[in-house]
Design a protein around this ligand. Structure first.
Ligand code: DQA
Length: 147
């Protein structure tokens, strides 16, 4: 059976392409999904790609990953900087998680410099724009294939 990787996206990422393109680029979330899916295929993974604006929904999906996914890639968007619940969920499920941000959050406002997710992430990809999702998948593939 093909292993599944969850790719979870938080609030306002449904607006990619329209939203501050000078910061986040001109690719839409659908463009990113297509590329991650294609890369997943060559690496031998099924990609389950989702977006929500709701914090509790992200928590539910992280919990779902415990039994359904070999690993997860998450761009928690603004919840990165606020969500103890996401921190706890990722820690609880024990599925390797890669945190992705399109922008270099450390080169932006101070409130973006702290992440509740980073301490429980296996790895972090920041500042590579949409390509960061593919980099995250490459990295996760190495981790998952060792498990
Ligand atoms: C983001 C960075 C966050 O600070 C911001 O709230 C987002 C997007 C990124 O991908 O660069 O919504 O996660």
């Amino acid at each position: 059976m093909t292993a599944t990787i969850f790719v979870l996206n938080g609030p306002n990422l449904n607006l990619l392409g329209l939203r501050e393109p000078e910061v986040y680029g001109s690719d839409t979330l659908n463009d990113i999904e297509d590329r991650v899916r294609a890369r997943g295929k060559t690496l031998g993974f099924e990609i389950d790609f989702r977006q929500t604006n709701v914090e509790g929904q992200l928590v539910d999906w992280v919990q779902e990953a415990r039994t359904k996914a070999k690993g997860l890639i998450i761009n928690p968007a603004a919840y990165t900087h606020t969500s103890v619940a996401l921190h706890d969920a990722i820690k609880a499920v024990g599925v390797p998680a890669i945190e992705v941000h399109l922008s270099n959050t450390y080169a932006r406002e101070d409130f973006r410099h702290h992440s509740y997710v980073s301490p429980v992430a296996h790895g972090i990809v920041v500042g590579f724009g949409a390509y960061g999702y593919e980099l995250a998948l490459e990295g996760l593939a190495r981790i998952v294939s060792k498990n």
